[in-house]
Design a binder for this molecule. Structure first.
Ligand SMILES: NC(=O)c1ccc[n+]([C@@H]2O[C@H](COP(=O)([O-])OP(=O)(O)OC[C@H]3O[C@@H](n4cnc5c(N)ncnc54)[C@H](OP(=O)(O)O)[C@@H]3O)[C@@H](O)[C@H]2O)c1
Length: 255
């Protein structure tokens, strides 16, 4: 059975991507870290999209000791193999946001945790997925990156570094995997209206990132539409970046 695979998809943007894929008739495997939340999300998706197969999987990028957990990635892909599930579209959405870290004071371990989740873990996931796509004639890998890979914000050194590194990983994989018909691309959101947004309305009301040329920021569904383009329609596109930011990136200053 062919499936798309979305990481970090219990809530927010990842959930919107699962819903878009399922609405388009795709079977979906998704991940979250908390088994109970994964089970609840799985039940919700199955009730909403009974015509497709939806499977949740609880997995963390790190072991409890804080070490990047390649073995759990290997075990997860082997478990999918045993169920006859083939991932033909990998969507790397999960991210360590690296909030509340400061360059001058935070320990190196905080920086590495962000890099490990956002770059190293995705490297492991992409490698296991690609190994299985190659004998089946190809597939697609889509990173949910961030406009902050180019336009920095204060006190987010680890996150911004990781998103820059992710684009390097994306381009490198696009080059190395193109000959196997595996397309590797990135969606670059500006601000997305997530649950955090709804819980902090004052913060976002004064956030200059909201003053976009289009006058609005992205919904999760807008990011999901961009993902769907890369998965379903972009036959000759690899190594590409699709910005979904209301036009923010073109401004010298927010207007
Ligand atoms: N929100 C924005 O304004 C914005 C802007 C630009 C780019 N983006 C990017 O868009 C993507 C989605 O953003 P979002 O705001 O929807 O994210 P989010 O709500 O913070 O969700 C991120 C997901 O990543 C998972 N995750 C975090 N740490 C993890 C770890 N150590 N191991 C495994 N999974 C982990 C979380 O899993 P749990 O469910 O288990 O907590 C969560 O489901 C991210 O790549 C983000 O960088 C977001």
């Amino acid at each position: 059975m062919n499936c798309a695979f979305v990481t970090g998809a219990v809530i927010n943007t990842g959930a919107a991507i699962v819903e878009k894929l399922a609405a388009e008739g795709r079977n979906v495997v998704f991940t979250g870290r908390d088994a109970a939340k994964v089970a609840a999300a799985e039940a919700g998706y199955r009730a909403k999209f009974p015509e497709v197969s939806i499977l949740g999987y609880a997995i963390d990028s790190h072991t409890p000791e804080g070490v990047i957990d390649e073995n759990s990635v290997l075990r997860m892909f082997e478990a999918l193999d045993e169920k006859g599930i083939f991932i033909d579209a990998l969507v790397l959405n999960a991210a360590h946001l690296g909030l509340n870290q400061t360059f001058l004071e935070s320990p190196l371990s905080d920086f590495l945790a962000v890099l490990n989740t956002n770059v190293t873990w995705n490297y492991c996931l992409a490698r296991e997925a690609a190994k299985r796509m190659i004998p089946r004639g190809g597939g697609s890998i889509t990173f949910i990156n961030s406009i902050t890979a180019y336009r920095t914000v204060t006190e987010r050194t680890a996150y911004i570094t990781s998103k820059g590194g992710q684009l390097g990983l994306m381009r490198s994989l696009a080059l190395d995997l193109g000959k196997y018909n595996i397309r590797v691309n990135a969606v670059l959101p500006g601000n997305i209206r997530t649950r955090r947004w709804l819980e902090n309305p004052e913060f976002y009301a004064s956030n200059p990132g909201c003053r976009t040329p289009l006058g609005d920021v992205a919904e999760g569904a807008d990011i999901a539409d961009a993902v769907w383009y890369f998965i379903s329609a972009a036959r000759n596109t690899t190594g590409a970046e699709l910005v979904v930011d209301g036009g923010n990136n073109i401004q010298m200053f927010p207007n």
